[in-house]
Design a protein around this ligand. Structure first.
Ligand code: UDP
Length: 235
């Protein structure tokens, strides 16, 4: 993994509250910032995508129009990015937040050139607001950004420490993969990321590194050979 120059890190919305059931676990986010700083200091570009599940999930609400519910979800991802970006800044990182639609003075409009300009300046670039379209997710958002910005890999920091052949919470004999191809992930419906995002990874050859966020130094380790999660390959 020595040839990695650019990664996009995905944090789920729920992960931000750590062991607390709601809100933000600032200590955890500061720890993430510290790890991201170590990666940036090695000259690797880091983009960040954050889910919105701690606030809202569009498809879980049947009482209002799906498009409107998804718009609320996209706004939730922006709130998460604003919060995490501020904690990152408090830890000495330079950050910027890009969204696929105008949010006044709160974020800047995404473009590939703008993102590249910020990466060149050593900034952490937050990609908030998903794809900007309903019926998608931040999984599709991250794959889209990773592909168009020529990232070398997507880092998926999850509540679980890798990809299993079945849910280890339900099946105590579930087996963790060290390595699995994206074709197998799709064929076996392993749900690492949603199906649309998986197919995009497969078609565009974007590898994934899946690991547990609550394992010490797991983000740094993912890029330093001490990786303990699952690599989703694209060959
Ligand atoms: N969302 C959307 N389009 C996107 C990204 C997100 O509509 O491109 C909405 C959708 O309602 C989703 C919510 O934002 O439920 C939060 O995003 P996340 O990816 O965390 O959703 P999840 O797949 O976990 O529900």
């Amino acid at each position: 993994m020595n040839d990695i120059k650019r990664v996009i890190l995905k944090l789920s919305g729920e992960a931000l509250s750590g062991d607390k059931k709601s809100g933000y676990d600032d200590e955890l986010i500061m720890d993430i910032a510290g790890q991201v700083k170590q990666i940036i200091d090695k000259g690797i570009n880091v983009g960040v995508v954050i889910g919105g599940g701690n606030y809202w999930r569009g498809r879980s609400n049947d009482n209002i129009d799906r498009t409107k519910a998804d718009q609320i979800g996209m706004l939730a991802t922006i709130m998460n990015c604003i919060y995490v970006s501020e904690i990152f800044r408090s830890q000495g990182l330079k950050t910027n937040i890009l969204t696929p639609f105008e949010c006044g003075s709160m974020t800047k409009l995404f473009s590939k050139d703008r993102a590249n300009k910020y990466f060149e300046k050593g900034m952490v670039v937050f990609f908030a607001g998903g794809t900007g379209h309903p019926y998608f997710s931040t999984d599709t958002g991250i794959v889209l950004r990773a592909i168009e910005l020529d990232a070398d890999a997507i880092l998926l920091a999850k509540a679980i420490d890798g990809v299993y052949d079945s849910d280890p919470k339900i099946n105590p004999k579930a087996k963790k993969y060290d390595k699995i191809s994206i074709t197998d992930v799709v064929d076996k419906h392993l749900g690492v990321i949603d199906m649309t995002a998986s197919v995009m990874c497969m078609e565009n050859k974007m590898p994934l590194m899946v690991f547990g966020l609550n394992e010490k130094d797991s983000i740094v380790n993912a890029l330093s050979g001490k990786f303990n999660g699952t690599i989703v390959t694209v060959d």
